[in-house]
Write a protein that binds this ligand. Structure first.
Ligand code: GAR
Length: 202
């Protein structure tokens, strides 16, 4: 069984999808044992507490530099025996120093089909705004491993979603979540964790 830490910053609907998949037996090889937020007001923390999952808040005010934040995060992950880190709407970029300590052990969900509409500055509604501005007819979501390049790690899974006439960033975000992210991310966690368990002979 792989211990998973989910890193969040906001509403936490992807965290909820992971916890629901766990309850439904769709995630069997891993268990969320820690939720970390850089935002004390993130509703994701309430979702974790409702599920009796331990939470940790590392606010910018207490950890102003990236190095301080990452040192505290690394300490907590090690103390909890975390094997897999999942970025689920986590809005702080992790440095190469940090990601190199967890090669192919950090997953991120991005709300577009990488390599479109991704990289630094592309997050949340901005991604959907960019897709609508460009005029693409198909977008989607990507789950990928995290390395030193923002949204640049190896792709694990992708799912396409059609754009509809009259879409706004908000309507598109909702459809991409419902049709892609909430399905894809739990599936990817199970797939990666199952492989990790096999590699350990567990
Ligand atoms: C999700 O759409 C996620 O893909 C996106 O933020 C939203 C978080 O929602 N992440 C990024 O844009 C990262 N580049 P949630 O807090 O309800 O899961």
């Amino acid at each position: 069984m792989v211990n998973v830490a989910v890193l969040v910053s906001g509403g936490g609907t992807n965290l909820q999808a992971i916890l629901d998949a766990q309850d439904a037996g769709k995630i069997r090889s891993a268990r969320v044992t820690l939720v970390v937020s850089n935002n004390p007001d993130a509703y994701a923390l309430t979702r974790a507490a409702n599920h009796s999952v331990e939470t940790l808040v590392l606010p910018k005010a207490d950890y102003p530099t990236r190095a301080q934040f990452e040192a505290a995060l690394d300490d907590a992950l090690r103390a909890h025996g975390i094997g897999l880190i999942v970025l689920a709407g986590f809005m702080r970029i992790l440095s190469g120093d940090f990601t190199s300590k967890y090669p192919e052990r950090i997953l991120n969900v991005h709300p577009a089909l990488i390599p479109s509409f991704c990289g630094e500055g592309f997050y949340g509604l901005r991604v959907h705004q960019a897709a609508l501005d460009y005029g693409v007819k198909v977008t989607g979501a990507t789950v990928h491993f995290v390395n030193e390049i923002p949204d640049g790690g190896r792709i694990v899974a992708q799912k396409a979603v059609y754009i509809e006439d009259g879409d706004t960033p908000e309507t598109l975000q909702k459809r991409v979540m419902e049709q892609a992210e909430w399905i894809l991310l739990p599936e990817a966690i199970e797939k990666v964790a199952k492989k990790m368990n096999c590699a350990c002979g567990a």
